[in-house]
Design a protein around this ligand. Structure first.
Ligand code: CA2
Length: 159
C-alpha cells in the first residue's frame, strides 16, 4: 500500500447551512454556502488539495460521507451545525477516521446559548475554529494542508 499522504479533503456541512447568506446575516454573515464552496475550491487548488464539498440536513448522510472519507481522504473539515451539540453518531463515525479533523463554526458558539457550548465533535477534532465567520473554512483547510505536509515529511524521514 502507498504511504503517500492523501490530498483529498472532505468539507462537510450540517443542517440549515444551505440557508447561509439568506437568513440571519447578523449571526452568519452574507456569504452563501456556494460562495464558501467557491473560495474553498480556489484555496484548495493553491494548496494542492482536492475537495469534496457537501451539505445535508440528514444526520445519516453526514455519517455516510465520513465513512466514504475513511477510504479516500487525508482530512475532514466539518461544520456539523446543530448536530455538533447532539450527535453521538457523527462523533462515532469521526472516531473511525484516522486522518486530521478540523471542526469549524462560523459564529462564536461560546458567546451564544449554553446548549451551544458543548460539542460532541470536539471530543475527536484535532482543532476547532469558532467565531471567525466563513473565513474559518479557509483557515481549517490551511491547517489540514499543513498536517498532510507534516505527515509526508515524517514518512519521507522514516524511509
Ligand atoms: O456557527 C456555526 O457555524 C454553527 O455551527 C451554525 C449552526 C448552529 O446550530 C451551531 O450552534 C453553530 C446553525 C446553522 C444554521 O445556519 C443558518 C444559516 C443561515 C440562516 C439560518 C441558519
Amino acid at each position: 500500500m502507498s504511504l503517500a499522504p492523501r490530498r483529498l479533503v472532505y468539507v462537510l456541512n450540517g443542517p440549515n447551512l444551505n440557508l447561509l447568506g439568506k437568513r440571519q446575516p447578523h449571526i452568519y454573515g452574507s456569504e452563501t454556502l456556494a460562495d464558501v464552496e467557491a473560495s474553498c475550491r480556489t484555496l484548495a487548488g493553491e494548496l494542492g488539495l482536492e475537495i469534496r464539498f457537501h451539505q445535508s440536513n440528514r444526520e445519516y448522510e453526514i455519517v455516510d460521507w465520513i465513512h466514504e472519507a475513511r477510504e479516500t481522504a487525508g482530512g475532514i473539515v466539518i461544520n456539523p451545525a446543530a448536530f455538533t451539540h447532539t450527535s453521538v453518531a457523527i462523533l462515532d463515525a469521526l472516531n473511525t477516521f484516522e486522518a486530521p479533523v478540523i471542526e469549524v463554526h462560523i459564529s462564536n458558539v461560546h458567546k451564544r446559548e449554553a446548549f451551544r457550548h458543548h460539542s460532541y465533535v470536539s471530543l475527536r477534532a484535532d482543532g476547532v475554529i469558532a467565531g471567525l465567520g466563513t473565513q474559518g473554512y479557509g483557515l481549517a483547510l490551511r491547517r489540514v494542508a499543513q498536517l498532510i505536509a507534516d505527515q509526508g515529511s515524517a514518512v519521507a524521514g522514516s524511509s
